[in-house]
Write a protein that binds this ligand. Structure first.
Ligand SMILES: Cc1ncc(COP(=O)(O)O)c(C=O)c1O
Length: 381
C-alpha cells in the first residue's frame, strides 16, 4: 500500500491510520474560497494559481525554481529525462522504497541499481552507494523515506567525486530538513508528490520538480507541456504532466499550514518514542542532522502480523510501507534480482509497521495506540 489516504472516512477504526478528510474540515472556509476562485476564473490547467504556488513552494524549499507536474512519479521521471538520462545508463536507488522511485528510472530506459540502507536506519548507506558506482552510473536518486532526509552531505560529496547528478525523491519529505535546510534544495533537483495523504497533500494527483538549476527548470517546463513553453514552440518531444489550477489553489492553502501540521507530527513522534520505549518495538533511528517531517512513523516488530491484527481488533488502524521491496516485485523480475540479494530491505519489508500519524491524531488517540501496543506486549511477554 503506497498511499494511505483510504481508511479514514469509511473506516470504523477508533484510531484511523490517517484522517485525510479532517484536513479539509479544519480548513474548509479557506479551501472553499480557493476552489470558488478557480471555478470562477475559467482557467483550469497551469495559469496564475499554478505560478503562484510554484513561487511559494520554491521559497518554502529554499530553491529558485518549482515546476508543477501531474504527480510525483512523473516529477522524478521528468528530472531524469531533463538530465538526458536514458538507455544504457544506471541510476542508484534505495533497495527499500516505494516502487515509484524505481519506475521513474525504468521509464527513461535506464537501469535502477539498488543499494541497501544502514544496519539500523532506513536511509541509503553512503558507503554502499560508493560500492555500487560503475562507469554507467549517471545519478544517485536518494529517497527521504518516511520523511527522514538522507545524508545529503555525504551523498553530495560522492556525487561530486563521480560527476553524478544527485536527485531527491522528496515525495514524503515536505518540510523535512537536513542540517537546517529544507528538502527540495539539497541536491541538483527534487521530485515531490502531492498525493492526498502526503504532508502537503492535494485533493487529487499532483507533483512538482524543485531545483536551483535554471537549465533543468526550463527543460522540465518544456517536457511537462508537450515540449513547449508557449502554445506552439515544440522544441522537443515532451509529455503531458501538468498541475491543474484547482490543485494548485488548494495546495496554496495547505502550504500555509504545513509547518504547524509538521510540528504536530513531530510532537506525536516524540510521544510514541517515549511511550513505546522498553517494548519490543524497534523505534526509528534518526541520523544526526536529520529533522524528519514524519510522513510515516514506522516501527519494526518481530511479531508484526500478530501485533497488527491485535491493534486492528482494538480499533487501531496501521499500514505497511512497504510489504514487498521493488527487487522482489514481479514488475522487476526482468532485472534478475533474487530473494536474499538485499537482506536488510527484505527484513524491513517483513517487520515494519506504520502507526497512525498525521496532524489530526490527538493525544488521546496516540495514548490509545500505545496502550494497545503495551497490551500486546504484556499478552506476549
Ligand atoms: C517515495 C515515493 N516516491 C514517489 C512517489 C510517487 O508519487 P505519486 O503517487 O504522486 O506519483 C511516492 C508516492 O507515494 C513515494 O512515496
Amino acid at each position: 500500500m503506497a498511499n494511505s489516504s483510504s481508511g479514514s472516512a469509511t473506516s470504523p477504526a477508533a484510531v484511523p491510520f490517517l484522517d485525510v478528510g479532517a484536513c479539509y474540515r479544519e480548513l474548509k472556509a479557506e479551501y472553499d474560497a480557493a476552489w470558488h476562485r478557480v471555478m470562477e476564473s475559467g482557467r483550469y490547467i497551469l495559469g496564475e494559481e499554478v505560478e503562484a504556488f510554484e513561487t511559494e513552494f520554491a521559497a518554502a524549499c529554499g530553491a529558485s525554481h518549482c515546476i508543477g507536474t501531474g504527480n510525483g512519479l512523473e516529477s522524478l521521471f521528468l528530472i531524469l529525462r531533463g538530465y538526458g538520462i536514458g538507455g544504457g545508463d544506471e541510476v542508484i536507488v534505495p533497495a527499500q522504497t516505494f516502487i515509484a522511485t524505481w519506475l521513474a528510472v525504468s521509464h527513461t530506459g535506464a537501469r535502477p541499481v539498488a543499494v541497501e540502507s544502514h544496519q539500523h536506519g532506513f536511509q541509503m548507506d553512503p558507503a554502499r552507494v560508493v560500492a555500487a558506482i560503475t562507469g554507467r552510473t549517471r545519478a544517485i536518486l536518494a529517497v527521504h523515506l518516511y520523511g527522514e532526509p538522507s545524508n545529503m552531505d555525504a551523498l553530495r560529496e560522492i556525487a561530486a567525486r563521480g560527476n553524478l547528478r544527485l536527485i531527491e525523491d522528496a515525495a514524503q519529505a515536505h518540510g523535512a530538513r537536513w542540517c537546517g535546510r529544507p528538502a527540495g534544495g539539497l541536491g541538483d533537483a527534487a521530485g515531490f508528490s502531492f498525493y492526498p495523504s502526503k504532508n502537503l497533500g492535494a485533493f487529487g494527483d499532483g507533483g512538482a520538480v524543485v531545483t536551483n538549476d535554471r537549465q533543468l527548470a526550463e527543460a522540465v517546463r518544456r517536457l511537462r507541456n508537450y515540449g513547449a513553453l508557449g502554445k506552439s514552440d515544440h522544441d522537443i518531444c515532451g509529455y503531458n504532466s501538468r498541475l491543474d489550477s484547482l490543485q494548485a489553489a488548494l495546495l496554496r492553502v495547505r502550504l500555509r499550514h504545513l509547518e504547524e501540521w509538521n510540528a504536530r507530527r513531530r510532537a506525536l513522534a516524540r510521544m510514541y518514542r517515549k511511550g513505546l520505549a522498553g517494548t519490543r518495538c524497534v523505534l526509528p533511528v534518526v541520523a544526526e542532522g536529520a529533522e524528519p517531517c514524519w510522513h510515516v512513523f514506522a516501527i519494526r516488530h518481530p511479531d508484526r502480523e500478530q501485533l497488527r491484527s491485535f491493534l486492528q481488533a482494538r480499533g487501531v488502524e496501521t499500514a505497511i510501507h512497504y510489504p514487498v521491496p521493488p527487487h522482489l516485485s514481479p514488475a522487476y523480475a526482468g532485472l534478475g534480482y533474487r530473494r536474499g540479494d538485499f537482506p536488510l530491505a527484505e527484513r524491513w519489508a517483513d517487520t515494519v509497521l506504520s502507526l497512525p500519524m498525521g496532524p489530526h491524531v490527538d493525544d488521546a488517540a496516540a495514548e490509545r495506540v500505545m496502550e494497545a501496543v503495551r497490551a500486546f506486549e504484556s499478552a506476549h511477554a
